[in-house]
Design a protein around this ligand. Structure first.
Ligand code: SAH
Length: 232
């Protein structure tokens, strides 16, 4: 069973529409849509925004649906000049940019006691995503790199530069690393797929409103192609 998480309606609605044999169950206020996506058994869910929602949602996928992989689909702010609006970033690893226990000598992003700073994504899902993306989204660029998540909408050059310089991350958003952490704790392979809606700078809010839907659609197209490939 494949688990697919999007934070917002716009990131998952098109997936619900493509599903067949759907059964919906509400847990913790989240609607879990279980059925078939392009022939693959899948549960698609809108987690809500932020790391706590995303972590809770992932744990429910693990406990109640015994998912074998988790994909996080959605939009994000770019942290690098060469990564443009519409392009896709696939996670190599994910880190929480708002975790700071530096006073105890932990590096930025590392949660005390966990023994790991960033959570590695699954190589097989990554390879599949790259291959599918080049096929279904040929007009955009696809990058693989670190995803930095935190409970903040990043909308200034100053905040963007801090995250980029501290973590050398490709994009920033508000859920991915929480899903990655939950996946790591539960030993479930995961991948974050994010299409760029804005550049996380002073024009982020304006760009986000304009490009959110198009960016979300690029990510959905890729996830759909991956579900199809997984059904074979
Ligand atoms: N428009 C929504 C709020 C969106 S918050 C509302 O009014 O309720 C932004 C969402 O997009 C989050 O889910 C986050 O993961 C992602 N995102 C896109 N660009 C981002 C940025 N620059 N900083 C942080 N998150 C971003």
């Amino acid at each position: 069973m494949l688990g697919i998480i999007g934070a917002m309606d716009i990131e998952v609605e098109a997936l619900y529409e493509r599903m067949t044999e759907t059964e919906v169950r509400t847990i913790a206020g989240m609607e879990f849509h279980k059925g078939k996506l392009e022939g693959t058994e899948a549960v698609v869910v809108r987690s809500g925004i932020g790391k706590v929602n995303a972590g809770i949602c992932s744990q429910i996928l693990a406990d109640c649906y015994h998912v074998t992989e988790i994909i996080n689909t959605g939009v994000a702010g770019s942290l690098k000049a060469e990564i443009n609006i519409g392009d896709i970033v696939l996670s190599s690893t994910a880190v929480q940019h708002d975790v700071d226990a530096g006073v105890f000598s932990y590096p930025p992003g590392e949660i005390p006691g966990l023994g790991i700073r960033e959570f590695p994504a699954d190589e097989k899902l990554l390879a599949l995503a790259k291959e599918c993306c080049e096929r279904v989204n040929p007009e955009i660029q696809v990058f693989t790199g670190r995803v930095a998540s935190g409970d903040q909408f990043i909308d200034s050059k100053e905040k963007k530069t801090r995250i980029h310089d501290t973590f050398d991350a490709c994009c920033t958003e508000m859920e991915g690393a929480a899903i990655a952490q939950a996946a790591w704790l539960n030993k479930i392979p995961y991948l974050i797929i994010r299409s760029i809606s804005d550049k996380a700078d002073d024009s982020a809010h304006m760009d986000y409103d304009v490009f959110e839907a198009k960016a979300a659609a690029n990510s959905v197209r890729l996830v759909t192609a991956m579900a199809k490939a997984l059904s074979h």
